[in-house]
Design a protein around this ligand. Structure first.
Ligand SMILES: [Zn+2]
Ligand SMILES: [Zn+2]
Length: 204
């Protein structure tokens, strides 16, 4: 792998905590997305309007964050829980968007490349080198797409904050459900939530 790529990979590994194939794939996905949008310095002014929809909550996401400087807390990484190694890079100013996905047989092809490499420390490093250097068209599928990013999903100040009439908690960014004068947060509206409260020792 070349020096520039290695430097990006090292940055990803620092954030992610270990070197893995996912970091290599994430760096390559990010580079492809940025290239297609014509963004050379995503952490500078050029990247200000970049919003990325990631379709999996696994290793490559950290590499995409490391390379692009986008984060969920700044609303520039959107987590779509599809379980797919794919991400869509959107320039929210121009609406230009490109979806980059990992081909289903990419690992098999990387394995074939890895077996031809010599002088590798071990199998893992051969696989990583293969993922880093294999032809882009064997690893990634890249498509122009259109994404309607809603105003309430964009970075910046919340457009609106209201209070749920049932639980009394504040809701930002127009995530309330309701109509006819009722305002409810999503869990109160559907009567289901990912957690259940346990009455007990913490009571603030
Ligand atoms: Zn990993
Ligand atoms: Zn509520």
């Amino acid at each position: 792998m070349n020096r520039d790529f290695k430097a990006l990979l090292e940055m990803a590994v620092r954030l992610h905590g270990h070197l893995c194939g996912g970091q290599v794939i994430g760096v390559r996905m990010a580079l492809a997305g940025l290239r297609e949008l014509g963004i050379k310095e995503p952490k500078g002014k050029e990247g200000k309007d970049l919003v990325i929809f990631v379709e999996i909550d696994r290793c490559p996401v950290d590499a995409i964050i490391a390379v692009t400087g986008r984060t969920p807390g700044r609303r520039s990484i959107k987590m779509m829980d599809y379980g797919k190694q794919a991400a869509t890079f959107v320039d929210a100013r121009t609406s230009k968007a490109v979806r980059v996905s990992v081909k289903a047989d990419a690992f098999e092809k990387a394995g074939q490349v890895a077996r031809t490499l010599t002088g590798m420390k071990d199998e893992k490093h051969a696989q990583i080198e293969a993922l880093a250097t294999m032809a882009e068209q064997d690893l990634l599928s890249i498509r122009r797409v259109s994404v309607a990013v809603r105003p309430q999903d964009l970075p910046g100040e919340p457009l609106e904050t209201c209070v749920c009439q049932k639980c009394g908690e504040a809701i930002k960014d127009m995530r309330q459900v309701g109509g006819n004068g009722s305002v409810l947060c999503k869990p109160c509206a559907v009567g289901d939530c990912y957690y259940k409260e346990i009455p007990g020792d913490i009571d603030n």
